[in-house]
Design a protein around this ligand. Structure first.
Ligand SMILES: *Cc1c(COP(=O)(O)O)cnc(C)c1O
Length: 220
């Protein structure tokens, strides 16, 4: 059986699978595409732009990496969802580029739930303060579709579980205060190859899987 099918068997039906294709070749991506996969995620704007030009038009591309404001313009014309919005300035910039392209850009707000300082995102309190200022409500060309988080890279499963729980609770809080009657705010993007089962147990409804999906089949 193909790896994609294997992973899908573990995923409850309501969980979306983002195939993280960073550093993978066009052929590797096409293999999954021909098995029906349409959501792919990249973390570098140049690499994404080149792949987008060469691969089928109906792929829905997600951006999941650290995004510099000056690079938003490269992906603004086609990006389906930017998952890694980690600052007010970036959100403002994405709105500007969306206006230039005459489109609405879907985003997730990245939340810093891990202990590593090197990871990005708003801290939960920071997000609540920012949303309270309501400036984001003026960004008409952005649709905020939910939250994204990365857990600490550790073998301590309880810690990982707690971090995903924090993300889920923040999602519920934000939903209740700002997005009660807004069905667009619905995504909790959490879980990668090593921790997606824990993430799903804590309410994630979108997993981002790279290495486990692209492993060569004879290695399994
Ligand atoms: C690389 C990456 C993933 C996928 O990681 P794997 O361990 O290969 O599944 C998921 N999310 C983000 C933000 C990434 O950078």
């Amino acid at each position: 059986m193909h790896t994609l099918e294997k992973i899908k068997r573990y995923l409850p039906a309501h969980i979306e699978l983002l195939a993280v294709s960073k550093k993978k070749s066009l052929d590797d991506i096409l293999t999954l595409y021909h098995q029906g996969q349409r959501l792919f995620g990249e973390n570098r704007t140049q690499e994404l732009k080149e792949k987008q030009l060469k691969l089928p038009r109906d792929i829905l591309w997600h951006f999941i990496g650290s995004l510099q404001r000056k690079n938003v313009k490269y992906i603004a014309p086609f990006i389906h969802l930017i998952q890694s919005v980690d600052s007010e300035q970036l959100l403002e910039k994405i709105n500007q580029e969306a206006i230039k392209n005459n489109r609405i850009i879907n985003v997730l707000i990245e939340i810093h739930i891990a202990s590593e300082k090197t990871k990005h995102g708003f801290y939960p309190n920071e997000l609540l303060t920012y949303l309270g200022q309501k400036k984001w409500m003026d960004y008409k060309n952005i649709k905020i579709c939910g939250l994204m988080g990365m857990a600490t890279n550790t073998d301590n499963q309880d810690k990982v579980k707690n971090e995903f729980q924090t993300l889920n609770q923040l999602f519920e809080t934000v939903k209740k205060i700002y997005f009660t009657n807004n069905s667009d705010f619905k995504i909790i993007s959490a879980g990668m190859s090593d921790d997606y089962q824990i993430a799903i147990s804590q309410g994630s409804n979108m997993v981002r899987i790279g290495s486990a999906l692209f492993e060569k089949e004879n290695n399994i």
